[in-house]
Design a protein around this ligand. Sequence first.
Ligand code: CP
Length: 353
Amino acid sequence: MINFISMEDFSKKQLLNVLELAKELKHNPQTNLIDNKIIATLFFEPSTRTRLSFTSAVYKIGGKVLGFDSPDGTSVQKGESLRDTIKVIENYSDLIVMRNPLEGSAKFISDFSTVPIINAGDGSNEHPSQTFLDLFTIYEEQGRIEGLKIAFIGDLKYGRTVHSLTKALSLFNCEFYFIAPDIIQIPDYITTDLDKKNIKYKLLNDFNEVINNIDIMYVTRIQKERFDNIDNYEEVKDSFVIKKSNLEKVKENLIILHPLPRVNEISIDVDNTKFAKYFKQAANGVPVRQALIGIALNKLNFEKLTSINKTILSTNTVICKNSKCIAKNEETENKYILEDGIKSCYYCGKKIN
Ligand code: CP
């Protein structure tokens, strides 16, 4: 079964395979691709783009949608577990798209679900379908992905889209600039992985140092809802505002991306410049998600996933230290990964020792 849980699960060839399928669907719509299959969209967190573009994608390729846009009004309010919720809904649908605030929750449900799972965002961890549409937009706008210089600006600690996109772009020999206040800089587990792969990156506090040398500016919102301490949010909330006046000497091929929603980090005077591609990026969510659904339902040709050779163990007790991990919030098999003597949580990926 093909699930879309983490960008770590895909090779470069598979990523390009998805982009080609999405391009085909964008230019040659297939109105009966999934033939009345039922897609469950389970959103335990707010969403505009992801939920509605999945819904639009399903309708446009001949499927049907059921689900919810908030856990309010579901039996989660009565204390039903995520495991039981999925064990029930798998009988009502052919594919589950889930957004959940707990990190590792998509990985957790993919282990026992009898229908494929697409992770539509698991807390601050990953957002793979967003990454596929980000890659699609980059490929469409730049004509290549290989060797590009990208600056990530904003909330790099909690920004799941940044985490997933960095993992994907690390397969394309890209160069990274991570620009954020120290308290919301890119997590160590991401830079450790870049170090392992010998990939060039810099951590910076000011975008002016690189703005005229980059091919992609990827801006993100500071995510108030993820902060444990509101004072920390207040301290960094207005750290960056990209204005038209910042773009006077940028490279001609620069594209500005943002997963959206935007709060104040890109001024609206940027919207009418040739660099702004964020609304086009959001529009690309439809054909890209059509491709992901078609692959997951075995309606499109896709090279099979190869299992990654990792040692997976489990214990009788909860060992993950991340309070936002599914393993800390619901009974799991407490699995962990042992690699080079280092333990990390099987679900959320965070180091344990
Ligand atoms: N980009 C994104 O995930 O947007 P939504 O939160 O509106 O789905």
